[in-house]
Write a protein that binds this ligand. Structure first.
Ligand SMILES: [Zn+2]
Ligand SMILES: [Zn+2]
Length: 187
């Protein structure tokens, strides 16, 4: 069975080198749906608590919210950094509090201090699905990710590997020592 959660991400981007309106900088509210597959955890009669899926996902995805997402070879990138530098906001401001961890993977590099995400590939809805799966595949048994943004939408199915040990009282994943971080239950 699957537990399904949805979250929204507001971002600006453009398709650098694309022939069409999207080559200009513009913004979206994107809707991301994550489907987690596992057995039903008998203790709580759930696959996985949806608010916990949201928390795990938001922890890394808040870097993408109210962010500018640009491809690494986009000439806007150095231009924007120059302006941020000049304004004294390149290295953050006290009001920029919704910061995730700085991350670097084969697909992205995040600059949470100035709400910028630099991508290897153009950030289409398909590109976002690849990025999200890569960031969350080790934390959640992801069976499907759907991302819609404006008129664009894409979906992808993934093979899940076995079952994860979850707490019989709150349903969250047990850590490597079999301990629930939420209620302290020990397997
Ligand atoms: Zn767009
Ligand atoms: Zn627990």
């Amino acid at each position: 069975m699957r537990s399904i959660t949805t979250l929204q991400i507001q971002y600006a981007h453009r398709f650098y080198g694309f022939k069409g309106e999207a080559q200009y900088l513009h913004g979206h509210t994107g809707t991301l749906t994550i489907e987690v597959e596992d057995t039903i955890n008998k203790g709580v009669n759930m696959v996985f608590p949806c608010n916990e899926i949201q928390k795990i996902a938001w922890d890394v995805l808040k870097n993408f919210d109210h962010a500018l997402i640009l491809r690494e070879d986009d000439p806007l990138l150095p231009a924007i950094l120059k302006v941020y530098e000049k304004e004294g906001i390149r290295n953050g401001t006290p009001t920029n509090t919704m910061k995730g961890p700085a991350m670097e993977t084969t697909l992205i590099r995040t600059y949470p201090e100035c709400r910028l995400v630099v991508t290897k590939e153009t950030m289409t809805v398909e590109g976002m699905i690849k990025i999200v799966y890569d960031l969350l595949k080790n934390s959640l048994n992801i069976a499907k990710i759907t991302f819609t943004s404006g008129v664009n939408a894409a979906t992808a199915d993934f093979m899940t590997a076995g079952t994860m040990d979850r707490c019989p009282f709150c349903g969250v994943r047990l850590d490597e020592n079999g301990v629930c971080h939420k209620c302290g239950y020990r397997k």
